[in-house]
Design a binder for this molecule. Sequence first.
Ligand code: TXA
Ligand code: MG
Length: 315
Amino acid sequence: MKSDYSNIYSFNKKTLTKTLRYLNKGEIAGLPTETVYGLAGNAYSSKAVKKIFGLKKRPKKNPLIIHYYNINSIKKDVIISKNFVKLYKKFCPGPLTFILKKSKNSKIVKKATAGLKTIAIRFPSHKIIRSILKYSNFPLAMPSANISTRLSPVNAIDVFEDFGKKINIIIDGGKSKIGIESTVIDLTGKPKILRPGVLGYHDFKKILKVNSFKKSKLIKSPGMLEKHYSPGIPIILNKNPKNKSDAHVIFGNKFKGKKNKFNLSKKANLNEAASNLYKTLRDIKNKGYKKIYVSKIPNTGAGTAINDRLRKAAK
Ligand code: TXA
Ligand code: MG
């Protein structure tokens, strides 16, 4: 059966207005960011936030990231700290999410932050999401646009795969360049990385003292525990398949050709591999493979984020 993609739109003045109109009414939009596509709703609207949780089948205890245009727009919702300003100046807009203390007068719907006293905020850099944030007079609660536990979307059509016509509008902003979710850093105490991403310890250590996520035992991010990022078929890590009917995800140029081989980066570039990860797993699933074997991927730089996602997908 052919799908009717009539709720996927390209971006222009008209669809910007259309998107803003939906968001203003408390409706949900599928929007591109540089990391992954998001399921966006007005973070000041309980109707919108409720819809996001419902559509994603997301556990209520798992808080959402709130997205802003720039530092001026966060002041009423969060308490700004020195470390935050340092990192903001260096990396924003970009693939970095900050956990900060929520301010008393914050208008963010309580359910969006799962009742916590902290709030996750991000300033995405993708042109399209930036213009939407610029012209909306509220921040956007925006988790990755996938049903809970499934693969995150890096193309408009991936969003459609999970939600179809349940959302009124999906904006096509091309393939998400980074291809993996933002790094989450907790700045409410001693800085701590809660979710690895393409930015990591090595980028932060010149600017502030950070405990690498590996060294921290405490898991403070509610969404870090569950099975996640799953393509829906078994994933076996650090092993080569015996059978050619199983898919084999590889990295670098050690392995030659063969139909069942899916190379994340022939140049052995970890950022390129991160960018290809979800797309590759989705392609494999859609080609009808029943099992995925993944060769070892170096655990440095973006590799820590790739291995984190693979471990959770393999659970
Ligand atoms: O790249 C991204 O961050 C994407 C794009 C769309 O911006 N969004 C995203 O959202 O990945 P989501 O909901 O899929 O993941 C948010 C993560 C979850 O693991 C959640 O538990 C954590 O951030 N989080 C949110 N608020 C938190 C808080 N107050 N304290 C600790 N962790 C929090
Ligand atoms: Mg997610």
